[in-house]
Design a protein around this ligand. Structure first.
Ligand code: UFG
Length: 337
C-alpha cells in the first residue's frame, strides 16, 4: 500500500482529496496546522471512508518540524495543499505569504531530495495566466506577471519545483485549478471559510442562509455576454479526483517530463449572473443581490481548455454545475446551529 502525505489535508480541497485517496486504497497521512481548518474534519473523513487518516498538527514553516516528520514517516508521494490563499490578504501581508507558501515548499523539497522521496503534486492556480489573451486557456498560454503576492507564490512555487526536478531527478505535477466549488455528496465535508467569505459561492450560500444580507456582484460592465465576469467553476470532488490521476501517473512513471502542469477545470465558463440564476433555480432560494463596482485585480474571463488534462491524466469531470451548486447549498444548510 502506498503511503501519501497530504499537507493541508483538512482544508477544503485537501479533505476531499484525502477521501478519494482512501477510496482508491492509498494510506494517507495528513499534516495540517489548523490555521484555516477544523480538527472535526478528520472525524468526518472517517465517517465517509471508514478510515481515520494519520494526522500531525504541524507548522511547515519550521524546518525542524518537517525534518522530524520525515524521520518518523516513510512516504511514497506528497500532495501539497498547505498554503495561505486569500488574494486580498496577500497584498496586505506579502511576507507572511512568501514565508508560508514558499518556505514550506522549500523545506518539503529539501527533505525529498535528502531522502530520495519522489512524486510531488502541487496546488497551483489559473491565476498564473492572469487575463489570458485567448480563451479557453491552454497550458501553452504564457504566464503573466502576478497580480498579487498570492499569485506570485504559485508562479515562484512552480519555478522552484521545476528547478528541483531538474537538479535532483524528482518528478512533480502542478495542477492549475480554476474555481473549485461544492461539497462532498455525503455533505460531511465542504468549504469552511473563515469570517466574511471572499469567494463567490460561499458568499452566495451565506446570503441565501441569511448570514449575509446581500451579495455584491463586482461589476456588470465587463466585455462578456451579460457584463459580469466569467469563471470556470469545477466541483471539488472532480478536482480531488484529478489529484489521484496525477499521482497515479507519477507512481506508474507515465509522465513525459520531470515537471508537468495541467489545467484542472470543466472547460465551461459561467458568468456571475449565470451562477446566481442557476443557484436560485436548483435550490429554490431567492438571492438578494446588487451590482457594485469591479473588484481590484479581477480578470474579465478565465476558463480552461481541458484537452491536455483529459488526455494525459485520463481524467474528466463527471459532475455538473447544478450538482456543485446544490451540494454547496446543502453543505451550508448542514452548518446551522
Ligand atoms: N464575485 C462577486 N461577489 C463576491 C465574490 C466574488 O461578484 O462577493 C465575483 C468575482 O468578482 C469574480 C467571481 O465572482 O468575478 C469569482 O470570484 P472568486 O473570488 O470566487 O474567485 P476568483 O476567480 O476571483 O479567484 C480564483 C481563486 C484564487 C485565484 C484567483 C485568480 O479562488 O485562488 O482565482 O484570479 F487567485
Amino acid at each position: 500500500m502506498k503511503r501519501i502525505l497530504v499537507t493541508g489535508g483538512l482544508g477544503f480541497i485537501g479533505s476531499h482529496t484525502v477521501v478519494e485517496l482512501q477510496n482508491e486504497g492509498f494510506e494517507v497521512v495528513i499534516i495540517d496546522d489548523l490555521s484555516n481548518s477544523k480538527i472535526e474534519v478528520l472525524d468526518n473523513i472517517e465517517k465517509i471512508t471508514g478510515i481515520k487518516p494519520d494526522f500531525y498538527q504541524l507548522d511547515l514553516r519550521s524546518k525542524q518540524n518537517v525534518q522530524h516528520f520525515f524521520n518518523e514517516n516513510t512516504i511514497d508521494g506528497i500532495i501539497h495543499f498547505a498554503a495561505f490563499k486569500a488574494v486580498g490578504e496577500s497584498v496586505q501581508k506579502p511576507l507572511d505569504y512568501y514565508e508560508n507558501n514558499i518556505g514550506s515548499l522549500v523545506y518539503l523539497l529539501q527533505e525529498m531530495r535528502d531522502r530520495n522521496i519522489d512524486n510531488f503534486i502541487f496546488s497551483s492556480s489559473c491565476t498564473v495566466y492572469g487575463q489570458a489573451d485567448e480563451l479557453p486557456i491552454t497550458e501553452n498560454a504564457p504566464i503573466k506577471p502576478a497580480a498579487s503576492p498570492y499569485g506570485n507564490t504559485k508562479q515562484i512555487g512552480e519555478e522552484i519545483i521545476k528547478d528541483s526536478c531538474t537538479a535532483h531527478n524528482m518528478n512533480a505535477i502542478s495542477l492549475r485549478y480554476f474555481n473549485p466549488i461544492g461539497a462532498h455528496d455525503s455533505i460531511k465535508i465542504g468549504e469552511l471559510p473563515l469570517g466574511v467569505p471572499q469567494n463567490l459561492i460561499p458568499y452566495v450560500t451565506q446570503t441565501a442562509a441569511g448570514i449575509r444580507e446581500q451579495l455584491s456582484i463586482f461589476g456588470d460592465d465587463y466585455e462578456t455576454p451579460d457584463g459580469t465576469a466569467v469563471r470556470d467553476y469545477i466541483h471539488v470532488v472532480d478536482l480531488a479526483k484529478a489529484h489521484i490521476s496525477a499521482l497515479q501517473r507519477l507512481l506508474d512513471k507515465k509522465n513525459k517530463q520531470n515537471f508537468e502542469f495541467f489545467n484542472v477545470g470543466t472547460g465551461k465558463g459561467s458568468s456571475v449572473l449565470e451562477i446566481v440564476n442557476s443557484f436560485e433555480k436548483v435550490t429554490n432560494q431567492k438571492l438578494n443581490y446588487k451590482i457594485v463596482a469591479r473588484r481590484a485585480g479581477d480578470v474579465t474571463a478565465a476558463y480552461a481548455d481541458t484537452t491536455i488534462a483529459n488526455q494525459e491524466l485520463h481524467w474528466k469531470t463527471e459532475k455538473s454545475l447544478d450538482d456543485a451548486l446544490l451540494s454547496a447549498w446543502k453543505w451550508q444548510e448542514s452548518q446551522k446551529g
